[in-house]
Write a protein that binds this ligand. Sequence first.
Ligand code: MG
Length: 387
Amino acid sequence: MAFMMNVSVLGCTGSIGRQALDVIRSHRDRFRVTALCARSASQEILELAHEFHPEAVGLTDEQKAISIKGGLPEGCELIAGKEASRVIAAWRSAETVVNGISGISGMEPLLASLNAGKRVALANKESIVCGHKLVKDAFENGGKILPVDSEQSAIFQCLTAGKKTEVTRLILTASGGPFRDYTQEQMERITPKQALCHPTWNMGKKITVDSATLFNKGLEIIEASYLFDIPGDQIDVLIHPQSIVHSMVEFLDGSTMGQLSVPDMRLAIQYALTYPDRIPCPCERLKLQEIGRLTFFEPDNRKFPAIALAYSALFEGGVMPIVYNGANEAAVDMFLNGRIRYSDIAECVEYAMTHITGRSISSAEDIAAIDTEAKRKAAERAAGKGR
Ligand code: MG
């Protein structure tokens, strides 16, 4: 008989959070929602509170939180303000926490969950890219990370086919985004509206742009290296437009294991929740005879500088992954607001990486300071001051 698992969902109104709740909806006999947290989607979280009857809901936007105070179901505690995500992340009765927060703000809640000994179904890659040292230390408290990102989940699943010492290569696949066949000239004219259309995955704005620029893949190279403890020179990227093979692991005998499925995040979310078990998933079955062809090719590094920049951030280590992430976050924001061109995004990141030098990181405050500096450098480049 399956046991009941208490699950909290951070970023519950975002793309990952909504799909996690969908998985929970289809397995009510197995999962109970313990606590929910969002940034400011007050009406949506209110509806979810009435549907799932959690012990607590959190909203980091204090004003929005106050606005729903009277409407919550009886016995549901409200956590309002900046602390909300950290409080919900460590909520006492939860065993598993789905962390679907986007951006660097997912890091402190991750640390809070791990320090409280929780299992974390983690979709937030920035927290690993920027905070891996702190995350490693937090593992001492008994917490565990189960990856939700489709590529990391694929690798995690493929790794069960052999021993860690038998792994020779991780092969991350990338859809290549909507612009993989564009010429350099066409790339210059890409608008935010175009960049927000992803061919195979339906996701939030930031990650959709990151998928087009391949900065998302760059972050995943760094994330995979830290999560699975594999050096960057043993990690490859292949463009795979069909998004069916979600990533692969090569073993020393030359055998390569891949994980295949229709592109549906619910599968990776569910596996992170049920690991090491597998249970039926509400997603579609793979029919390879209908897909017919699976293709793979190497990314064009000239058109997608994000990949080479990620390797150099990883090889240099120290603050560089934080700079890579922070500068990109700022640049994507500026692009979406019409302040820079699509092709300026990578330039802003490169500029920040060459203008910030190493120093040691020992706390979340250190990481936040470097993140702020990286964003400032990206803005400086955007304003043309750094030319
Ligand atoms: Mg991914």
